[in-house]
Design a protein around this ligand. Structure first.
Ligand code: AMP
Ligand code: ZN
Length: 472
C-alpha cells in the first residue's frame, strides 16, 4: 500500500494511516440534515471526503464508506437548544416532516452525483435506526453514564474523565460559562440529551416509544448508533466539518467510548469552512448558494469541484464569482488539452495503454505523494497540469497517466471533447444551416446562427474536417 498520512484532530498531529484490518478502510462521514438543500459549503465537505475515499481506493484499500442522513429533526443549535429544524421547514413549506426529509434527501444525492462524489456504500437514515439508538442509551444506562431529569435522559459528562479531549475543552472554564445552556434539567452544562420525552415541542411529529417514554433521540446519538452497526465498535476514520469538533463529535465520542468502554475512532479528519466574502455560509440562516444556483448561472458542477480541489481541505476557502470563473477557465483549458491529445492519438487501443514512460511514472509518483501527504489536492492538480503540458511524452502515455489521476480528481477527463449535447439534432441542424448560409456567402445569417449556438452554450470550431461544436 502507498503511504498515507492524515492530520488527526484527536491529538492534533499528522499520523500515518494504519488500518484496523489490512487492506480495509472503514470511513464514516457525518451526513446532511435534510430540511433544506445542501449549500455549497456543505458540498465542500462531501467533495473532500470523496477525495479521501478515492485516494484510499487508488492506494488499494477496500473502503467501507458509511454516511448518515439526519431525517429526525435536530435543533437549530448544536447543543440542546433552539427550534427543531425539520419542523420549522415543514411548517414554512406546508409539507409533512417525512415529505421534507424525502424531498431533500433526493436533492442531496442529485447534487453529489453531479459533483462526481461517489455515493457511500451505506447511507443510513436516522428514522430507520431508532431501535439501535435506544439500545445504545440502555447500554449507557447500564454502565452508569445517564440520568433522567425533567422527563429527558441525559448523558452525564462528569462520568467520562476525558470528556472533551479532542476539542481540548477546558472543563473549569466551561463550568463558568461558555456553553451554559438554558436547560435547567441538566446537572452540568456539558451534559447533553440522549432521549427527549419532554420536548419543548408539543407538536413533535416524529415520536417513538422507548423505555423512558414516548419521544425522540438526541441528535448526536444517531452517528454513534449507526456507525457501530455498519463499521463495528472501532472505526478507522471519521470525517466531518470543523464546526462539529466542540459539540457534535465531542458528544459522539462520549457516547461511544462510554458505551463500548474503549477508544472508538482511530483518526478524526475535519474540513475547514467555505466562506463567503462577507463571512460564514449558513444553512439555517437562509440566503445561501446551492449547486443548482451555480448551474443556473451557467457553470458546470465540475467547475465547482475543480475550484474546491484548488484549496487544501484544512484551509479556509473564500468563494467568489471571480475565483469560480478562474476555476472554470482552468478546467476548460485542461479539458481542451486532453481533447487535443485524444485527437492526436486517434482510437484508444482495446488492450489499453501501458504507462511505462519514466516521466509519466514520476508524475504519478509525485501525484500519489501529494495525496498521501494529508490529501494535498492543489499539488496533485499541479502534477496533472505538469503532465498534460509535457510535450516530450507521447499522447497515449500522457493520456493514460491523466486518466489514472482522474480516478481521484474525477473531472471526467476521459470524456473531454465528447460533450453530450454536441450530438443534439437541434444543435446539429443549426450547425448545418450555418454551413448552408456560409456556402451562399450570407455572412450575416451565418453569424446570427453562431450567436444562437453561443446562447445555447456552444462554440463553432472550424477545422479541416469541417465545423464541430465545443462547449463554451
Ligand atoms: P449539516 O447538513 O449542516 O449537518 O452539514 C453537513 C456538513 O457540512 C457537516 O460536516 C458540516 O460540518 C459541513 N459544513 C457546514 N457548513 C460548511 C461550510 N461553510 N464549509 C464547509 N463545510 C461546511
Ligand atoms: Zn455525526
Amino acid at each position: 500500500m502507498k503511504p498515507l498520512s492524515l492530520y488527526n484532530s484527536d491529538g492534533r498531529e499528522m499520523q500515518k494511516f494504519v488500518p484496523l484490518e489490512e487492506g480495509q478502510a472503514g470511513l464514516y462521514c457525518c451526513g446532511p440534515t435534510v430540511y433544506n438543500y445542501a449549500h455549497i459549503g456543505n458540498l465542500r465537505a462531501y467533495t473532500h471526503w470523496d477525495i479521501l475515499r478515492r485516494t484510499l481506493e487508488r492506494f488499494g484499500y477496500n473502503v467501507n464508506h458509511v454516511m448518515n442522513i439526519t431525517d429526525v429533526g435536530h435543533l437549530s443549535d448544536d447543543g440542546d437548544e433552539g427550534e427543531d429544524k425539520m419542523i420549522s421547514a415543514a411548517r414554512e413549506k406546508g409539507m409533512s416532516v417525512w415529505d421534507i426529509a424525502e424531498f431533500f434527501t433526493k436533492a442531496f444525492f442529485e447534487d453529489i452525483d453531479r459533483l462526481n462524489i461517489r455515493r457511500p456504500k451505506t447511507s443510513c437514515k436516522a428514522t430507520e435506526h431508532i431501535q439501535e439508538m435506544i439500545a445504545l442509551v440502555k447500554r449507557l444506562e447500564e454502565r452508569g453514564f445517564t440520568y433522567e431529569s425533567g422527563g429527558n435522559v441525559y448523558f452525564d459528562s462528569t462520568k467520562l474523565p476525558d470528556y472533551g479531549r479532542m476539542a481540548l475543552l477546558d472543563r473549569q472554564e466551561l463550568n463558568h460559562g461558555a456553553r451554559v445552556g438554558i436547560d435547567e434539567n441538566k446537572h452540568h452544562p456539558l451534559d447533553f440529551v440522549l432521549w427527549f420525552t419532554k420536548g419543548k415541542f408539543e407538536n413533535q411529529a416524529m415520536k417513538w416509544d422507548s423505555p423512558w417514554g414516548t419521544g425522540y433521540p438526541g441528535w448526536h446519538l444517531e452517528c454513534s448508533a449507526m456507525s457501530s452497526k455498519y463499521l463495528g465498535e472501532q472505526i478507522d476514520i471519521h470525517a466531518g466539518g470543523i464546526d462539529h469538533i466542540p459539540v457534535h463529535h465531542t458528544n459522539e465520542i462520549a457516547q461511544s467510548e462510554g458505551a463500548f468502554g474503549h477508544k472508538w475512532v482511530n483518526c478524526w479528519v475535519h474540513n475547514e469552512f467555505l466562506l463567503m466574502k462577507d463571512g460564514k455560509m449558513s444553512k439555517s440562516k437562509g440566503g445561501f448558494l446551492t449547486l443548482q444556483s451555480l448551474i443556473d448561472d451557467g457553470y458546470d458542477p465540475l467547475d465547482y469541484r475543480y475550484f474546491l480541489l484548488g484549496g487544501h481541505y484544512r484551509s479556509q476557502l473564500v468563494f467568489s464569482t471571480e475565483s469560480l470563473d478562474g476555476a472554470r477557465s482552468a478546467r476548460r483549458s485542461l479539458e481542451g488539452r486532453v481533447a487535443n491529445l485524444k485527437r492526436e492519438m486517434g482510437e484508444w487501443p482495446a488492450e489499453g495503454v501501458h504507462v511505462e514512460h519514466p516521466q509519466v511514472m514520476a508524475r504519478l509518483k509525485a501525484f500519489d505523494e501529494a495525496l498521501g501527504e494529508d490529501l494535498n489536492t492543489p499539488r496533485a492538480l499541479a502534477e496533472a497540469w505538469g503532465l498534460v503540458k509535457d510535450d516530450s511524452v507521447p499522447a497515449p502515455q500522457r493520456l493514460a497517466g491523466l486518466y489514472a489521476m482522474d480516478e481521484v480528481l474525477a473531472l471526467n477527463l476521459s470524456q473531454s471533447g465528447e460533450e453530450e449535447g454536441a450530438e443534439d439534432p437541434q444543435l446539429l441542424n443549426l450547425l448545418h444551416q450555418r454551413q448552408e448560409a456560409r456556402a451562399q456567402k450570407d455572412w450575416a445569417a451565418a453569424d446570427a446562427i453562431r450567436d444562437e449556438l453561443a446562447e445555447h452554450g456552444w462554440k463553432v470550431v472550424d477545422s479541416a474536417e469541417g465545423p464541430r461544436l465545443e462547449k463554451l
